[in-house]
Write a protein that binds this ligand. Structure first.
Ligand SMILES: Nc1ncnc2c1ncn2[C@@H]1O[C@H](COP(=O)(O)OP(=O)(O)OP(=O)(O)O)[C@@H](O)[C@H]1O
Ligand SMILES: [Mg+2]
Length: 324
């Protein structure tokens, strides 16, 4: 009975955990994690980002690489080894905390291999176990998953309530997505609540409608015929992407910076040679805002449907009270 109660609490604490997954590299997982995290936090939602990547690009996108908070994944590794709750670094932005990834996560794979040998696939639940006690403090948690790393992504799939899957419309992105579809089905054996929140097309030209059509048909096929997908696509904007990683700023922060910089002819006249921020940041920020709204709407719709199925379900505010 005690086990059932604690499973229910765990499920509730993890009910807003969204794993951002695609086995293919470079399809926008980290950019979407960082920018959605920033959008939600900016809108006043207590938000947590968990970085499961050894290369930890989230540290670049949010500008904390090499700072005091950057433990290179040591905290996450230690929590998984000892089974103690994660301890996020606080206030990377107002309302936005982060569990850092990094080189120390190298050691996680052999540890998990050994545990899998002893305990089978149930061992993947450990991330949820160490995340649940802190997840209750947040209104939304995004887990940024690595490419081509079965074990780390399986950890995320075993603890998350939702999968958000970015893809490019090329063959590589679609293939990565098909692999996720297979692992998604396996993960549901130990995490029956796991659901696909939606697929989002990333860095796809807005005019490539025919290609997008093919990509969306492949998504349907991979997830058995009826996959939810977001209307919003994140436009291709290389200069904004470079500005973001160079400056450690999110698209909406670059938008503010671009608006504040002097007109190019004034800079030319004054002889200033500072590198300008691309004005496209405003459009990219708009894409992330639209995606954020869609994600929130999808979450709320799913939760309302679940509530009406099961009767009563506490709201986000009640989550924080219950924890206090
Ligand atoms: N809107 C955009 N248009 C074009 N390129 C972008 C855009 N946003 C980000 N990028 C760039 O695309 C590359 C891949 O993005 P990102 O790192 O978010 O993908 P990922 O799926 O997390 O990759 P990995 O699997 O290697 O972790 C990065 O170099 C990033 O700077
Ligand atoms: Mg990444």
């Amino acid at each position: 009975m005690a086990r059932r109660t604690s499973d229910r609490e765990r499920g509730f604490a993890l009910s807003r955990v969204i794993a951002i997954v695609n086995d293919k590299g470079g399809v926008g997982k980290t950019s979407i994690a960082a920018n959605l995290g920033g959008q939600f936090a900016g809108a006043g939602y207590r938000t947590l980002l968990v970085d499961l990547n050894r290369q930890a690009n989230l540290a670049d996108d949010l500008g904390y690489r090499g700072t005091d908070i950057d433990d290179e994944g040591a905290g996450l590794l230690g929590s998984v080894i000892s089974g103690t709750p994660l301890r996020p670094a606080e206030d990377v932005r107002p309302q936005l905390d982060v569990v850092c990834g990094g080189a120390r996560l190298e050691d996680l794979t052999p540890i998990m291999v050994s545990r899998l040998q002893h305990h089978g696939r149930e061992a993947f639940r450990v991330l949820g176990d160490v995340l649940a006690p802190v997840a209750a403090d947040y209104e939304v948690v995004f887990v940024d998953c690595p490419p081509e790393s079965t074990i780390l992504t399986d950890l995320a799939l075993a603890s998350a309530r939702w999968v958000l899957m970015p893809t490019k419309s090329d063959l590589g992105g679609l293939l990565g997505m098909t692999l996720v579809a297979e692992r998604f089905t396996l993960a549901r054996e130990i995490n029956s609540r796991l659901g696909l929140l939606g697929v989002v097309l990333f860095a796809t030209g807005t005019r490539a409608r025919a290609v997008q059509g093919e990509a969306l048909a492949a998504i349907d096929e991979a997830f058995g015929g009826s996959s939810p997908r977001f209307e919003t696509t994140i436009r291709h904007a290389e200069r904004t992407a470079q500005d973001a990683r160079r400056l450690g700023k999110l698209a909406h922060e670059l938008e503010v910076e671009a608006a504040a910089q002097p007109a190019w002819w004034e800079e030319l006249r004054s002889g200033s040679r500072t590198r300008r921020v691309s004005a496209t940041a405003a459009s990219v920020a708009g894409d992330y805002r639209a995606l954020g709204i869609e994600v929130l709407t999808a979450l709320q719709a799913a939760e309302d449907a679940e509530k009406s199925e099961k009767g009563r379900r506490p709201r986000a505010g009640a989550r924080r009270k219950a924890r206090a």
